[in-house]
Design a protein around this ligand. Structure first.
Ligand SMILES: Nc1ncnc2c1ncn2[C@@H]1O[C@H](COP(=O)(O)OP(=O)(O)O)[C@@H](O)[C@H]1O
Ligand SMILES: [Mg+2]
Length: 243
């Protein structure tokens, strides 16, 4: 399998903090890759650089064989690289179905004037049905539970027909039933050809779903390999898994 995403020597400094320090990772096309590491090891910062939400202080980024080091978030989104946020980001004052339609590339003005193609509305409704959110389609996103908001954010990301989805702690604060649902959706979409890179602290979830696993510590990669090998690797145990 070829690498869909290649990151070389990514560096990001905030004041005196080197959040990322020459970090290199590769994400193979077609897989579910896990990204783990202690709090503050740079996982979210790496997502922010890869998706164009923050500018790197150094490093090179390639997506689908193209150099995207200087691409902004909108451009990457249109190329098929998208992400969710550690704190789910949805538009609270739009309804659930409107959130989906906006994620599909429509402006608020088009929403207001109802100039949304039937096909796109239908696709939004289909995805909501798949995510069992049809019954809340006309509620404001602000009326959803925390877990439902995370599901909505995930469903909305799929409106753009992405090739690579970065999920930042998809199960944090989510109840066990929704965790299972989330896991099923990742598997289904992966089987349909979508590649995932997932930051997650729940090691059970990582062991079941992710291979390979990349481990970050202090802004750099310290391990890449199977989840079973990660659990046996002394550096990984020292940095993250042992207490
Ligand atoms: N916007 C920011 N401003 C200042 N420091 C930041 C910012 N974002 C992250 N950091 C710092 O960078 C380091 C890595 O953070 P982060 O990427 O959020 O780690 P993780 O997601 O692995 O927990 C931490 O020390 C954090 O405090
Ligand atoms: Mg984080």
């Amino acid at each position: 399998m070829s690498a869909l995403l290649e990151v070389e020597a990514a560096t990001k400094v905030f004041g005196g903090v080197r959040a990322l320090d020459g970090c290199a990772i590769e994400v193979a096309e077609g897989g579910v890759t896990g990204l783990i590491g202690p709090n503050g090891s740079g996982k979210t910062t790496l997502f922010n650089l890869v998706t164009g939400y923050l500018k790197p202080d150094g490093g090179r980024f390639r997506f689908a064989g193209q150099d995207v080091t200087h691409a902004d978030a909108g451009k990457l989104y249109r190329k098929g690289l998208t992400r969710t946020f550690q704190q789910a980001r949805v538009f609270p004052h739009l309804t659930v179905v409107e959130n989906m339609v906006v994620a599909g590339g429509y402006s608020w003005r088009q929403l207001l004037t109802a100039r949304v193609a039937k096909a796109d509305r239908a696709r939004a409704c289909e995805l909501l049905a798949e995510f069992r959110l049809s019954h809340v389609a006309d509620l404001l996103a602000s009326e959803l539970s925390y877990g439902q908001r995370k599901l909505l954010e995930f469903a909305a990301v799929l409106m753009s027909s992405p090739r690579l989805v970065l999920l930042d702690e998809p199960t944090a604060g989510v109840n066990p039933v929704l965790i299972e649902t989330m896991e099923r959706h990742i598997r289904d979409r992966n089987a349909a050809g979508v590649t995932f890179l997932v930051v997650e602290h729940d090691m059970g979830f990582v062991m079941r779903l992710c291979d390979p696993v990349i481990v970050l510590d202090r802004g750099a990669r310290i391990f890449t390999g199977s989840p079973a090998d990660a659990q046996r690797d002394p550096r990984v145990v020292d940095a993250y898994l042992g207490d």
